[in-house]
Design a protein around this ligand. Structure first.
Ligand SMILES: Cc1cc2nc3c(=O)[nH]c(=O)nc-3n(C[C@H](O)[C@H](O)[C@H](O)COP(=O)(O)O)c2cc1C
Length: 183
């Protein structure tokens, strides 16, 4: 059975892609479930204002905080394929994804990672997430802009859609957001 798991915070960009993809999959097979990873404490727009050094998102990132989720996956052991989607934050997965993933046994699961972003490509996102997906096989990891692009997994080996004028995650880490926190 397939599971589409996603986290989405700002404008529901990742949510829309996950839901569209789920619909397409469900046209083909009944064996697809879609679940949103919801934080125990929902993000407000102030929490996500990364240009404010004191915003929740920056504190979570800098302090490497766990971000607990209220989402539970019923019958986790029944899923062999998991699509895991999230927005790229600071060149990687948001902390809530790490926290969520490390609480599960991924042994034997095939994982397709998909992410949305403003400008960044996948970079090292999958590599950084790997330690939290213990036992999983990461089949693919890519940045997508639509559910159609997700259908391409069979022949896409990586980041097929690197953004033009990509600022890169260094920009996000250093200049874009967290510079105000530096001495
Ligand atoms: C805290 C935070 C950090 C972000 N870091 C990056 C980044 O490193 N690179 C990038 O291209 N976009 C970054 N973004 C933008 C989001 O990845 C982008 O807007 C995403 O598509 C939002 O998806 P959503 O509407 O599902 O939340 C960041 C956004 C937030 C709130």
């Amino acid at each position: 059975m397939k599971l589409i798991l996603y986290f989405s915070a700002e404008k529901g960009k990742t949510a829309k892609i996950a839901q569209d993809f789920a619909k397409k999959q469900q046209e083909v097979t009944q064996e697809v479930t879609v679940l949103e990873i919801k934080p125990e404490v929902p993000y407000t727009s102030a929490d996500l204002r990364y240009i404010n050094p004191l915003a929740r998102c920056n504190k979570e990132k800098l302090m490497k905080k766990d971000v607990p989720s209220e989402t539970k996956v019923p019958d986790w052991e029944n899923y062999d394929v998991v699509y895991l989607g999230f927005p790229i934050w600071y060149g990687g997965a948001p902390n809530i994804i790490n926290t969520f993933c490390k609480g599960l046994d991924w042994t034997g699961k095939k994982v397709h990672i998909f992410a949305t972003s403003m400008t960044s490509g996948m970079g090292k996102t999958a590599e950084k997430l790997k330690p939290f997906l213990n036992g999983a096989e990461i089949v693919d990891a890519k940045r997508v802009k639509s559910a159609e692009e997700m259908q391409d997994y069979s022949h896409d080996g990586g980041d097929k859609f690197p953004a033009k004028n990509d600022r890169g995650y260094d920009w996000w880490l250093n200049k874009g957001t967290l510079s105000a926190n530096k001495p």
